[in-house]
Write a protein that binds this ligand. Sequence first.
Ligand code: 13P
Length: 307
Amino acid sequence: SSDLITGGAPLSTKKVGEHLLFSLTRNHGVRTLNEIRTEAGKHMASQRIPLVAGNWKMNFDHLEATYFVQQLAWKLRDIHFDYRHCEIALMPSFTSLRSVQVLVESDNLKIHYGAQAVSVTSQGAFTGDVSADMIAHLGCSYVIVGHSERRKYHPEDDANIVDQVRAVLAAGMQPILCVGESYEERRKGIELDFAVGQVHDVTRDLSDEEASRLIVAYEPIWAIGSGMVATPQSAQDAAKAIRDDLAETFGTHVGESVRILYGGSVSSKNAEELIGEPDVDGFLIGGAALNVDELTRICQLTMNATV
Ligand code: 13P
């Protein structure tokens, strides 16, 4: 059967999986390609620690934000959550970052946090903007860049998004670069090319080292806040296409190390299936990240998928 390979068969699968594939074939003789793909997927996923990131958008003032983080930390402790197998990050409003920082530092929490946008300039007469250094000095690990809501409501074109990515990297943080098609591109069947093109256009001039610090969030616009979630297969197809393009541009090492998240109506009902896909390394969550029980459950499902 074409689904079957033998211990001596040449391996065309990705580099990072090779070692595992060799040992599997040695130890177990004949295995189906699907079995190997599953195992290799788990192996690759375990090298990329999954990330559950909550994008709070314009919700929660600093008191509500602090209360939420405290509740989340307690609930995760109650379920013996293992942060080594799943990273958690929250993206509050700018006005809550300092309060979240104080709580995280004083209680020594393992929850990370970041901002939802950043200025492309470092300082000066830019009323209302916040620089990457200001964000970094608040202990932020991440900044969301190019979210579709920012692209829609603010004049953020590709050139501006490139500069945001550079600003975030230069300040020592990781950008979470959001891409994804609208309903229109999906209807035309060009969704993969569209998402890959968005990543490519923004990242192509980065160095390999800079590219390796990227996180990409594939968030189809039609799925955001709509209750319509991408199927696990189409999330996987997009993540894989983006990963392959990164590998082609920056080398296999970068392709295999960049985490690719799925976003768009993620909930505890669909998280388990989505995280089961080999190239989906976590989530960028809007609505469900505003409910502490729901977010705890998604974190738990994500962690369980990797241990
Ligand atoms: P929802 O999870 O509410 O669909 O939002 C997704 C999103 O935009 C995260 O950035």
